[in-house]
Design a binder for this molecule. Sequence first.
Ligand code: SOE
Length: 397
Amino acid sequence: MKPPLRVAMIGHAFMGAAHSQAWRTAPHFFDLPLDPEMAVVVGRDHQRAADAAARLGWAESVTDWREVVARDDIDLIDICTPGDTHEAIALAALAAGKHVLCEKPLANSVGAAERMAQAARQAFPAAVAMCGFSYRRSPALAFARELIAQGRLGEIRHVRGQYLQDWLSDAETPLTWRLDKSKAGSGALGDIGAHLIDTAQWLIGENITGVSSVLHTFVPERPIGEESGGLSSRAPGGARRGPVTVDDAALFTARFVGGAIGIFEATRFALGRRNANRIEINGSRGSLSYDFERMNELEFYESDAPAEQGFRRIQMTEPEHPYAAHWWPPGHGLGYEHLFTHQVVDLIEAIATEDQPRPSFDDALGVQRVLDAIERSAADRSIWTPIDDAESSGGPA
Ligand code: SOE
């Protein structure tokens, strides 16, 4: 019998469903040191929380997160709520000695992220905290990181990141919490641009030292619809309208500690691009290119074979590839939900060995500092804005 890891999940919308799938699936495909138990799901509305428990596989449901944080029979708090609630839940959970998995971005401000990172440092190793930058768990990106660490790309020169979605292209798509700055912190920037920042810094192992940026809101007012919790693409809106208080699109250029330069774009208005999270890295010896919409592939170019030059498409399903051996035979690909399964697998292994899981709250604080600098630059004529502490903190692992 393995020791149990009794989980309480707060929130049960889109991310709650993805996390539930992960907790449910992980022990069936990975030989884990602890046995995750889906103990409680928390939601504000009694009936909706009870429905979510039945649908997603949780043993019970309650309506107050404080109740589960105070319980002795809970080991881990999984935070799947909007950003404005992360700090209070995470601080209470860590103070109560619970492990924490917190959705990204870590917080809605640098101040909140700093307090969370400090609480995580104090709680470690009795309790560990991790932020859910799930794309790190894509086999292709994990493999790309290994190739870069081995020096296969040489000196890194360019980082080109795009995260393109289109679910807000229609001006009649109603408001959701993701368009409310007081709940989400920012728009495309924090929701999907944060993934680009985390991926870029983690892939090349170097922090961003400064940025110049543009933020833009194409549709400043939208119908007030029923809060769906997820991406309410083309849901019918009512006659009443409310303000969009976040960016629809974020563009920024960046410099990295080691001398690489980056160009990034995050938007919810790229019609036809549903979830194109892409990154291309060019080094002195080779290049790598990834697009989440083809997540089972990685393109790799090496310049030392002049007669055979060209990108080659590596299918990321061989048993040698990160995570892949636990799933299907080669060629039988993975999808979005596998990122979340890998995320809880890595977290459970870190808990069992008392290691710091990555991305730590400190890593996520680093992302928050970049998000903050991007907002300040955009508000001040795109002026070049250095990142506080970028040079002093070590490269993200
Ligand atoms: C919504 O834009 C969203 O669900 C993000 O919040 C996720 O982090 C990303 O994986 C997909 O898009």
